[in-house]
Design a binder for this molecule. Sequence first.
Ligand code: SF4
Length: 92
Amino acid sequence: MHYRVSFYQGEMDSQPGGYVPSDMAVSLTPFRACMKGTEQAPGRCIALGEDKLCTIYENRPSVCREFPALLEDGSQNPECIRLQAMYGISRK
Ligand code: SF4
């Protein structure tokens, strides 16, 4: 499974009130955009740094804010573990 990191174009900093760096995103439709690198599989988000951390964390799109990296019991979301293994980016 592949995740395209897509979000409402109004979140891009080229729009009033937007905050996601528009040079790191591409338009998909008149209303939707996605992070560069995730347009198609296999894809790695352009904002993912070499240290495996988000380089635009404070300005990441809503879809990233809503994805639960941790479960209610504090354990890592198994989907994160699966994706990290798939892309060889697991943190240790
Ligand atoms: S959290 Fe950051 S690095 Fe991860 S997908 Fe979102 S923008 Fe990209």
